[in-house]
Write a protein that binds this ligand. Structure first.
Ligand code: NAD
Length: 509
């Protein structure tokens, strides 16, 4: 297994095609950073259309035998893959931390949640069972079967280098498809590492491939006629593009976009509980989660005063640090550009009239380290017309929006173009019931900091947080990665074969 701990030199990475690590031929490379130090740690090859087409061609060769392999045998390999993920947890967490910046404990949490999707894929024999009816008429039996689609593609973001690829692909592999993953060019090591685990688990060559690249590689997947389905996770703008281009090219598409997730705090809520929940959900992973809480929405002035009074010192105590600093609550953001964007949002919101409640723009660590650090920042008295309320901000600048009623909190959430996650903190069953019924958001929490469903429930936002049909995780993944065939069959006794042709539409007479 590739070790990364002692690699201080800059490495040239590869693709994983046809079961082997292969060099890129494009002569185009991207820089991979260690966000905690600001240093370049690797160069990732950026594939050409020809390289993508070759990857897909090799996947197509592998598909028929894999699709016909019994589901029990496929699941045996997935079992072994799961054990290897657990065995390699520490090294994989180190790799995630080093290229993505999240703390090691957060990285391990991500891997554990990713393994949930692998666990769910182990249920494929149960999930792939079709339907059967005996004697629907004239001694005809009808049954349906779910068959794999063929070659399917997954395109993933930087912020979950392991969990999202596993969530997108485990069931696809279990259903008998050949998968081509195009990971984020900012975190390619983790995807290549997973490839080695698949190989070690015994997955046949070509069933799982990783082609590294940028827009050129994505466009090649979108236009390759052999690719039948595309599962995408990333920003809303790109998700919408993938959805339009994928469907225009007759592919099945599920494209998951960004989130802007509110935490509503009712006057009857346990304020200490709400503050503790807000800290982790808002600042964990340097707020670079599609399900991160962006805004605290206290209902009523008294609630706002109580909440902010308790929040201030707790935010000031948070520590931003290197991914391997055990004392750090969260790490850097992914790039210098990302840091600049977050700082710009803070500046603009101040110009628009927001109040700087906790200022994390110059954390102490920046005096000695060149990593992409932004300290925990909270802006109070933010209003819905401000850019920092409207846009997804992928960094630790969080906001407080004060409202007067639950209706107002629901309305401002429903009016937002994104609808990934939302949560309410309350002790009132009536308020929770009204909220869960009326809110226009795909994943809803009640007294839960981040309402991300477990691996066997469907995951997906509403509005511009998801394009296309289908979900990640859960039973919808099986539907997304299979096609249903319905068979009507009769095995008549030779003596009962009808001699007269019937031209009427067949019905159960
Ligand atoms: P991104 O959209 O920049 O990149 C995602 C993928 O798309 C990458 O593989 C990238 O190479 C590719 N890509 C980027 N620009 C492209 C273009 N113009 N044309 C074609 N392909 C392109 O997203 P990111 O910055 O890597 O990830 C963060 C975003 O992902 C956030 O918006 C976050 O909310 C979202 N996200 C959503 C979910 C979800 O489940 N809804 C989960 C994780 C992350």
């Amino acid at each position: 297994m590739t070790s990364i701990k002692n690699e201080n030199k800059v490495t040239n990475l590869k693709h994983f095609i046809g079961g082997e690590m292969v060099d890129g031929t494009s002569e185009r490379f991207g820089d991979v950073f260690n966000p905690s130090t600001g240093e370049v740690i690797a160069h990732v090859p950026l594939a050409t259309k020809e390289e993508v087409d070759e990857t897909v061609a090799q996947a197509q060769v592998a598909f028929p035998a894999w699709g016909k392999t019994s589901v029990g045998r496929r699941v045996e390999i997935i079992h072994r893959f799961r054990s290897l993920l657990l065995e390699e947890m520490d090294q994989l967490a180190e790799m995630i931390g080093r290229e993505c910046g999240k703390t090691l404990s957060d990285a391990k949490g991500e891997i554990t949640r990713g393994i949930e999707s692998v666990d769910f894929a182990i249920n494929a024999p149960q999930m792939l069972k079709g339907e059967h009816s005996v004697n629907v008429g004239g001694n005809i039996n009808a049954y349906s079967m779910k068959q794999p689609l063929g070659v399917v593609a997954a395109i993933s973001p930087f912020n979950f280098p392991v969990m999202v690829p596993l969530a997108m692909t485990s069931m696809a592999v279990a259903c008998g498809n050949a998968v081509v993953l195009k990971p984020s060019e900012r975190v390619p090591n983790s995807a290549l590492f997973i490839s080695e685990l698949w190989k070690k688990a015994g997955l046949p060559a070509g069933v799982w491939s990783v082609v590294n690249g940028d827009k050129e590689a994505v466009d090649a997947l979108l236009t390759n006629p052999t690719v039948t389905a595309i599962s995408f996770v990333g920003s809303t703008k790109v998700a919408e593009y993938i959805s339009h281009e994928g469907t225009r090219n007759n592919k099945r598409v599920a494209a998951f976009g960004g989130g802007k997730n509110n935490m509503i705090i009712m006057p009857d809520a346990d304020i200490d509980h709400a503050v503790t929940a807000f800290l982790g959900a808002a600042f964990g992973a340097a707020s670079q989660r599609c399900m991160a809480i962006s805004a605290a929405i206290p209902v009523g002035e008294k609630t706002a005063e109580q909440f902010t009074a308790k929040l201030k010192s707790r935010v000031e105590e948070l520590k931003v640090g290197s991914y391997d600093d055990e004392q750090a609550d969260f790490g850097p953001v992914i790039t210098q550009q990302s840091k600049d964007t977050v700082l710009k949002y803070i500046e603009e919101s101040l110009e628009e009239g927001a109040q700087l409640f906790v200022d994390g723009r110059n954390p102490a660590i920046c005096e000695t380290e060149k990593g992409f650090y932004v300290g925990p920042t909270v802006l109070d008295h933010v209003t819905t017309d401000m850019k920092i309320f409207k846009d997804e901000v992928f960094g630790p600048a969080r906001i407080v929006v004060r409202v007067n009623s639950l209706d107002e909190a629901i309305a401002l959430t429903n009016d937002h173009e994104l609808g990934n996650g939302v949560t309410i903190f309350t002790n009132s069953g009536a308020a929770a019931r009204k909220f869960t019924e009326e809110i226009e958001v795909g994943m809803v929490g009640v007294n839960v900091p981040i309402p991300i469903p477990v691996g066997y429930h469907n995951f997906g936002g509403w509005k511009r947080s998801k394009f296309g049909e289908g979900h990640m995780f859960g039973p919808d993944t099986v539907r997304f990665f299979t096609k249903t065939k319905t068979v009507s069959e009769r095995w008549p006794e030779p003596s009962s074969v009808e001699e007269k042709t019937d031209f009427a539409f067949p019905s159960n007479k």
